[in-house]
Design a protein around this ligand. Structure first.
Ligand code: BES
Ligand code: MN
Ligand code: ZN
Length: 500
């Protein structure tokens, strides 16, 4: 989809040659200019046809004096970004007609269009997204072009660029996460990463089983060996910053299918374990966004990718393996495989002398129980890193919640046969998983995002969300502006509901 940022008053919007106008209307719209669009809004409100309240909408056809045949007036409510995203997404239902190829989203009536631009663009793109790769009969997105109307282009340009990059990144992540496991094997993910490597400032390296063995990644190899699909270890570099500046390293769990292995999962909903590479997809998506936005920062992406399958060759409960760090692990449950591939990736990440390492993983069902699909789980022993990620999530409308990492949570990982087991008890499963990872990040400024609840939706709306690409992109952009010496831009601060 194409986007264009344009200065649009109500008068110029009324003359715009588009198939549809979507106009966000604040509670107190100005009444001064005498133009058809202002008249339409005023008379709709007077007649009680456009109620107050975010998302309340009125769809009009061939309104007098307005060039676009379809006009949808949508109430912005308090004009907070979250309300705008929801209102725009809902209003898109009125524009499902295949004849709507070019639309304009008019934000000019709002008090601060730049502040809600990203929310509005993501609401529109989310509502029109369609996955077609393995379903050719699905209705593809018909909207080809979206004009964003603001009061002053110069003020809104940075947000517009960020929003456009975010959309590219989110849709890249959705596409790969939505693909079934036989259409998104480790080798295919590596090919997608290689293709991104042709974009400006991006370079991709891909390691196979032999090289991973030479590195001593015994934990990663143990998971991969039950599958006929060969593993891939993907390393991407985005070099937008000074050569000497330490990179942010993003590590993504790339289990392209998780059967559980010998500790096999029950049949219901097992298909959803194709999404178990959601962390990897979000790292790839973030790189796709970086290629668009080109911020001045260095980022490394590390993706261990393999399947977790039961097989005659598969790792067995009780097997002990040696990780790249030298620590040995008793694999008590082969379904706790994410931490096994991530621990070796974290050891590998240390070679980049990173300013921070953030791993992203659909790691535990326990995190779904704890936080549901609203917030991702955030784990870090570093307060500065945790708060940077937390803030990035708030301003990108992709929120996370910090969880504790007290050392006592690691007690259950003790083993009589190895340096640690790969599982503790059922209690606090998201935290004990994080404690396992922490044993491989002791020297690193490390954070972990458990996206098991947020990476995809189940049920009728089954599909990837593209999260946490918005959070990751925001975090990396904030790092770029802090390295430039700027204070990170004051951003939308949604009320924090955290008490401490
Ligand atoms: N990929 C799963 C986590 C998961 C489960 C995400 C359900 C989303 C929905 C992970 O590999 C896993 O199987 N974790 C186990 C760990 C357990 C064996 C300690 C889990 O959460 O049940
Ligand atoms: Mn598993
Ligand atoms: Zn898994």
């Amino acid at each position: 989809m194409d986007f264009e940022l344009k200065t649009l008053s109500t008068a110029t919007a009324a003359n715009l040659a588009v198939d549809a106008l979507l106009v966000l209307v604040p509670d107190e719209p100005g009444k001064d200019p005498a133009d058809p669009l202002t008249d339409l809004i005023a008379s709709a409100i007077r007649a009680g046809d456009l109620e107050e309240g975010p998302g309340k909408a009125l769809a009009c056809y061939r309104a007098a004096g307005i060039k676009a045949p379809r006009v949808v007036l949508v109430r912005s409510g308090n004009a907070e970004p979250a309300a705008i995203r929801k209102a725009v997404a809902g209003a898109m239902a009125h524009l499902k007609h295949p004849g709507v190829k070019k639309a304009a989203l008019v934000l000019s009536l709002l008090p601060n269009p730049a502040r809600v631009l990203r929310a509005a663009m993501s609401g529109c793109t989310e509502a029109t997204y369609s996955y077609t790769t393995t379903k050719p009969s699905a209705k593809a997105r018909t909207l080809e072009k979206l004009v964003i109307g603001v009061d002053a282009v110069a003020d809104a340009k940075p947000e517009f660029d960020h929003a456009r990059a975010q959309v590219v990144g989110v849709e890249f992540a959705k596409e790969w996460a939505n693909r079934p496991a036989n259409h998104a094997t480790p080798a295919m993910l590596a090919d997608a990463a290689r293709k991104l490597g042709q974009k400006p400032r991006i370079r991709t390296e891909v390691l196979g089983p032999k090289q991973v063995e030479a590195l001593g990644m015994g934990a990663f190899l143990a998971v991969a060996k039950g599958s006929a699909e060969p593993l891939r270890f993907i390393v991407m570099h985005y070099s937008g910053g000074d050569k000497a500046t330490a990179p942010v390293v993003l590590v993504g769990k790339g289990i392209t299918f998780d059967t559980g292995g010998i500790s096999i999962k029950p049949a219901p909903e097992m298909d959803e374990m194709k999404f178990d590479m959601g962390g990897a997809a979000s790292v790839l998506g973030t790189f796709a966004a970086l290629a668009e936005l080109q911020p001045a920062v260095n980022v490394v992406g590390v993706i261990p990718a393999c399947e977790n399958m039961p097989d005659g060759q598969a790792v067995k409960p009780g097997d002990v393996v040696r990780s790249m760090s030298g620590q040995t692990i008793e694999i008590l449950n082969t379904d706790a495989e994410g931490r096994l591939i991530l621990c070796d990736a974290l050891t590998y990440a240390a070679r980049f002398k990173p300013r921070s390492v953030v791993d992203v993983a659909t790691l535990t069902g326990a995190c779904v129980i704890a936080l549901g699909g609203v917030r991702s789980g955030l784990f870090s022993a570093r307060d500065d890193l945790a708060s940077a990620l937390q803030q990035a999530g708030e301003s990108a409308l992709d929120p996370c919640w910090r969880m504790p990492l007290d050392d006592e949570y690691a007690d259950g990982l003790k083993s009589n046969f190895a340096d640690m087991g790969n599982v503790a008890g059922r209690a606090a499963g998201a935290i004990t998983a994080a404690k396992f990872l922490q044993k491989f990040a002791t020297e690193l400024p490390w954070a972990h995002l458990d996206i098991a609840g947020t990476a995809w939706k189940s049920g009728a709306a089954k599909g990837s969300t593209g999260r946490p690409v918005p959070l990751l992109l925001q975090y990396v952009v904030d790092v770029a502006s802090s390295e430039k010496g700027d204070n990170p831009k004051p951003r939308v601060s949604n009320r924090s509901r955290r008490s401490s």
